[in-house]
Design a protein around this ligand. Structure first.
Ligand code: SF4
Ligand code: SF4
Length: 73
């Protein structure tokens, strides 16, 4: 997991996708009601690429995905 965190780029654009279903998520205001005290897993999200597979709205990417399609070999 530590290796992946070094390859994570971008930032949270507050799309709220990863918070859906959480009782602390205010869907109307699109915010976390306990943001200052949110769990470590929330701070680390997404820890690995599979967590955002298919989540087009997420502002994070992993470097290996960014390079996909490049001419580097
Ligand atoms: S606690 Fe975590 S999952 Fe729940 S709304 Fe806050 S940041 Fe999102
Ligand atoms: S899916 Fe990504 S951009 Fe959207 S709220 Fe979660 S971490 Fe932020």
């Amino acid at each position: 997991m530590a290796a992946w965190s070094a390859k994570k780029v971008g930032g949270c654009n507050r799309c709220g996708r990863c918070c859906r279903g959480c009782p602390a998520f205010d869907a109307k205001g699109m915010r976390c009601r306990i943001y200052a005290h949110r769990p470590e897993i929330c701070k680390a999200f997404p820890p690995v690429p599979r967590d955002i597979v298919g989540v087009e709205s997420c502002g994070y990417k992993f470097e290996t995905e960014v390079r996909t399609g490049s001419q580097d070999t």
